[in-house]
Write a protein that binds this ligand. Structure first.
Ligand code: ADP
Ligand code: MG
Length: 326
């Protein structure tokens, strides 16, 4: 029987542009298995919710009375070996062919497991002949799977192949959902902090939010701000040195061209190299209005397009700064 993993459902899966299609297809498969999309092959990077979707299918389909099994390629293989050693491979085949839905996770690990591949091929053949649903998950497209025979690959590809991804909009919604689930404030500052300090990986986002909860929101944001200031100090000293100026001179509002220039280049590099927000940069330079930094960055970009020498100088600074930070 399917072991319900109730923390993974369709209800708590956040949908956005990069996973909407895959979500809808999974929902359809859970409600009407074996009809339209068979086999269904889902692939994508780590922490993008592939396992979550498999269990969401399993939970919903099991609640409707379908016979469902979830397993990973590794577990499937280990199980097969056990049956084989017990001289009972028929029971193994029967167990799987009797299902309505087989959910098979991380099938990239089928690589090189020849006997498992043979058994899976047989099982899938029987299941498909009876319009039983198979859903496969992998970290890569079927074509990129290693050490898996062509006939199995083309079986995987014979239904619908879909990729799951993560875009900015969905990432923001997920951050908001996870903050709410952890009982944390859904404050823009907090959302931005998590957004900027995580990649495109929901597991990483969950980890960052857990850490935020343990360390405390105030403390985390405060130390992030302090770190920003240390980074900004570095950028400003770096630029000041290249212009033959003192860092303190860059922080003053001066009409002197050279100083103005160095100030704007610093703001530009703070944006490009350390990814500071316009608000942070403007504040650092003593301005309440964030348009100060926007204006400076735009100015530098414009001049880089028209003035080759200036372009060369700024590009060189950008490169050296990147190296110095690493
Ligand atoms: P994968 O199998 O692709 O590596 P998982 O399904 O294990 O990723 O997801 C990692 C974590 O992120 C899980 O806790 C899962 O619930 C969560 N997660 C992933 N995508 C979403 C989403 N779209 N909405 C809500 N939670 C998600
Ligand atoms: Mg997974």
């Amino acid at each position: 029987a399917y072991h319900v993993v109730d923390k993974y459902t369709f209800d708590n899966y956040v949908v956005g542009p990069s996973n909407e299609l895959v979500y809808k297809v999974c929902l359809e498969v859970a409600q009407n298995p074996g009809t339209a999309f068979n086999p269904l092959f889902i692939y994508g990077g780590v922490g993008l919710g592939k396992t979550h979707l498999l269990h969401a299918i399993g939970n919903l389909a099991a609640s409707k009375g379908y016979k469902v099994a979830y397993t990973s390629a590794n577990d499937f293989s280990d199980e097969m070996v056990k049956f084989l050693k017990a001289d009972n491979i028929e029971a193994f085949r029967e167990k799987y062919t009797n299902l309505d839905i087989l959910l098979l996770d991380d099938i990239q690990f089928l690589a090189g497991k020849e006997r498992t591949q043979v058994e899976l091929f047989r099982i899938s053949e029987k299941m498909m002949a009876q319009d039983k649903q198979i859903v496969l998950v992998s970290d890569r497209h079927p074509k990129d799977l290693k050490d898996i025979p062509d006939r199995l690959i083309s079986r995987f590809e014979s239904g619908l192949v879909l990729q799951v991804g993560l875009d900015d909009k969905t990432k923001l919604s997920i951050i908001r959902q996870k903050l709410a689930l952890m009982g944390l404030p859904i404050d823009e500052k907090v959302v931005n902090y998590i957004f900027e300090n995580t990649g495109y990986n929901v597991r990483e986002i969950e980890g960052a939010i857990k850490t935020l909860k343990v360390v405390g929101v105030e403390k985390t944001l405060q130390s992030a701000k302090e770190k920003r200031n240390v980074d900004l100090d570095f950028v400003v000293s770096f630029v000041a040195k290249s212009f033959g100026l003192k860092p303190s001179e860059l922080l003053k509002d001066s009409r002197e061209k050279k100083i103005q220039n160095a100030r704007q280049v610093s703001m530009y590099l703070a944006k490009k190299v350390i990814n500071c927000s316009y608000v942070e940069i403007s504040r650092y330079f003593g301005k309440k209005d964030h348009t100060t930094a926007i204006y400076a960055v735009k100015k530098v970009e414009e001049r880089m397009r028209t003035d080759r020498k200036f372009n060369y100088m700024v590009s060189f600074l950008e490169k050296s700064l990147l190296e110095a930070i690493r």
